[in-house]
Design a protein around this ligand. Structure first.
Ligand code: C5P
Length: 228
């Protein structure tokens, strides 16, 4: 089977409080999204990288993506939610993807994706029936609160993981799952709603999601110190 990456990048990034959508914020002299797109395009396992942009995206054309080579394909078919954007991408590549091809969905907002994250995910899931995702064990003690922020209970954390991306599933399974699921915030939730059990592949905390301004500083530090 082949491996396609889909990168949903049609969000507005309102929690950052910035003028631009966060995928275009400058990070070490390049748009934030450029970093993970470059790693995906350079990965020998990956055949093509589809980036899903909003229909009216005027920013994409203002940057130079030529260094990423011919694997990169922009699709202007983003939807109202992240799941809709991914589904739009899946529908757009229907002519190209076979049912059993793998799709790796990666958040545009995770710029510190490293080659070894992709290697490990693809290698460990190659013969898996369902597919899975990168994740890290939860480190903090978790509290469940009521409406007044009074602790109701402490949630045992030993079996809890934080979901990251890429999330890797077969083309047809992922498309069917997303078409029937509603209100999911990641691909794995859609697969779970279909009664299946994605496998967790242990990643690491460097693959963070940029949500708040502090995350941009952390991402910059991680990228600058990676190859030392
Ligand atoms: O906002 P959040 O960090 O959860 O977004 C995760 C990813 O989903 C981002 O890469 C964002 O651009 C993308 N997204 C999208 N279409 C939307 C909303 C979010 O592609 N309608």
């Amino acid at each position: 089977p082949r491996h396609f990456a889909i990168v949903p990048a049609a969000g507005s990034g309102s929690r950052m409080g910035a003028e631009k959508p966060k995928q275009y914020l400058p990070l070490l002299g390049r748009p934030l999204i450029h970093h993970s797109l470059a790693v995906l395009c350079a990965a020998p396992e990956i055949d093509k990288v589809f980036v899903v942009l909003s229909v009216g995206d005027a920013e994409w054309a203002r940057h130079d993506w030529s260094a990423l080579g011919p694997k990169l394909v922009p699709l202007f078919c983003g939807g109202a939610t992240r799941a809709d954007s991914v589904l739009g991408g899946l529908r757009a590549i229907a002519g190209e993807a076979a049912q059993s091809d793998w799709v790796l969905v990666h958040d545009a907002a995770r710029p510190c994706l490293a080659p070894w994250h992709i290697d490990k995910l693809v290698r460990e899931l190659a013969h898996d029936e369902v597919g899975g995702l990168l994740a890290v064990p939860v480190a903090d003690t978790l509290k469940q609160a009521d409406g007044q922020r009074r602790v109701q209970r402490t949630v045992p954390r030993d079996s809890l993981w934080q979901a990251q991306t890429p999330q890797m599933f077969r083309y047809v399974m992922l498309r069917r799952a997303l078409e029937s699921a509603h209100g999911v915030t990641d691909e794995a939730s859609a697969i779970e709603a279909a009664g299946l059990h994605p496998r967790l592949i242990e990643g690491d905390a460097t693959n963070l999601k940029v949500t708040y301004p502090l995350d941009l500083h952390l991402a910059e530090w991680i990228l600058q110190n990676r190859d030392k």
